[in-house]
Design a protein around this ligand. Structure first.
Ligand code: ASP
Ligand code: MG
Length: 451
């Protein structure tokens, strides 16, 4: 059994749903369970509707709802036009929109939107897309059975980002999904949404469909999870900076997590952790180019010294220097307690006997922080820096790679450099306006020149 998750752009319109159907048809021998997102853009539109309604702009909200209704009905018509299924599914879709309109009206009367109502509204995206996709599959000869995700994806009541209950999900998935699969059928359910054991609708947080897929894969002990999206997978660099970036065929989970922290947007690794921890391989594929190799993420891909380069600007470098640090345990703790109190998360750290340098992402409360740090020594701050990282799990201890990275930077000024003992990234701090150039140089050295 495999779990195939199709993101918003893979079910965004009729052509996308057609492609998705043919991908699933090709996988029937592997017993797919299908998880779908809302039609691209729908969740944002629904959240807008909720905001408008709660501000009392009922007419605006209703217009938004009617636009969504028209879009969904035209997809139904294009996909199923004329068939009996078409009439049935159109009626169901219309009924959901009537419900949503009532909900919008209630919110505008209340003039308020609680996290619970926000989840109720946001959930319509997947509640609509999943039966439409299931019906489209059926009409194309795929024996699909729609399943209400809220009967399977059981969560706590932390609305907006509800925490899944893995044991309850495993039990529900075995009870509700396995019989369908054993019957040779394909369960189709919405991602992102769930419910409390009491049956109140929840969501797992934005982008939560990947999480749904990973949780189901783990619950059913699937052979693989496939995340179908609109890019070829994870790349050796951000293609907007480096057009020559290549698809990474196989990446370790910790490397993917490091890349995500630099803003790689394909997927957030924490969402696939439930599957990866159980050694279930996760593939990222492009539904526009299903024949392409994609990226495989596993817990233990063979180590490689360099898997990708990444970078971002707008970094603040703070340096605290004092000879009082010599043989003075506790000073570092004191310094970090300042960051902790202001809830600033520190990204890169380098220390020497007499100094501590850290980078921060935001300069929120920076003046107050600097004032407190002055109690520990001389403080200097450098704004407008950037971080560039070489990511690879085999990097630690591999001197030639480190040497090559620093050589590649050439005459570029490096303000700070960090590599921890268990390093999966070598991080250098450069001038903010040099980030792209540094990325280009590193990418050239590791991916564009013969090794
Ligand atoms: N539709 C939801 C969102 O846009 C969940 C997802 O697509 O993963 O956040
Ligand atoms: Mg998504």
């Amino acid at each position: 059994m495999i779990v195939c998750k199709f993101g918003g752009t893979s079910v965004g319109d009729t052509a996308a749903i057609e492609r998705t159907a043919s991908i699933v048809r090709g996988r029937l021998p592997r017993d797919p369970v299908v998880v779908v997102s809302a039609l691209a853009g729908t969740t944002n539109a629904l959240l807008d509707v909720a905001a408008q309604a709660s501000k009392g702009q009922f007419i605006v909200a209703i217009r938004g709802i009617e636009a969504l209704r028209a879009r969904h009905l035209s997809v139904v018509d294009e996909l199923l036009g004329g068939s009996t299924a078409s009439g049935e599914i159109a009626a169901e879709v219309s009924m959901l929109f009537d419900e949503l309109a009532h909900l919008g009206e209630a919110l505008s009367v209340l003039g308020d939107v609680s996290p619970r109502s926000l989840d109720a509204v946001a959930a319509y995206g997947e509640r609509l897309s999943s039966p439409i996709v299931a019906a489209a599959f059926q009409q194309r000869g795929i024996p699909a059975t729609w399943v209400d995700a809220r009967k399977v994806m059981l969560t706590d009541g932390a609305f907006g980002k509800a925490r899944p209950q893995p044991d309850a999900i495993a039990e529900a998935a075995r009870e509700q999904l396995l019989p369908i699969v054993r019957d040779g059928r394909v369960p189709v359910l919405g991602g992102f949404i769930g419910a409390t054991p009491g049956g109140v609708t929840t969501t797992l947080g934005r982008g939560g469909s990947d999480y749904s897929a990973a949780l189901l894969g783990a619950a059913l002990d699937g052979e693989a999870i496939e995340i179908w999206t609109d890019v070829d997978g994870m790349l050796t660099a951000d293609p907007r900076v480096i057009p020559q970036a290549k698809v990474i065929e196989h990446i370790r989970f910790d490397e993917a997590a490091a890349l995500a922290s630099f803003g790689a947007k394909v997927l957030h690794p924490s969402t696939i952790a439930p599957a990866v921890q159980r050694s279930i391989p996760v593939f990222i594929y492009n539904s526009h180019r299903p024949q392409a190799a994609g990226t495989l993420i596993t817990f233990d891909a063979p180590r490689r010294s360099v898997r990708a380069v990444a970078g971002r600007a707008n970094v603040v470098l703070v340096n605290v220097k004092s000879s009082a640090m010599l043989d003075a345990p506790g000073i570092v703790r004191g310094i970090f307690s300042v960051f902790e109190r202001y809830e600033l998360s520190v990204d890169v750290i380098a220390t020497s006997e007499v100094s501590v340098s850290v980078t921060l992402d935001a300069d929120l409360h920076l003046d107050a922080v600097l004032n407190e740090l002055r109690g520990f020594g001389d403080v200097t701050v450098e704004r407008g820096r950037g971080i560039v990282a070489v990511v690879g799990s085999g990097l630690g201890g591999h001197t030639p790679t480190m040497a090559r990275a620093l050589t590649a930077l050439g005459d570029m000024r490096v303000h700070m450099c960090s590599l921890s003992a268990s390093a999966i990234n070598l991080t250098v701090i450069v001038d903010g306006d040099q980030v792209h150039e540094a990325m280009r140089r590193l990418h050239r050295a590791f991916f564009e020149e013969a090794a």
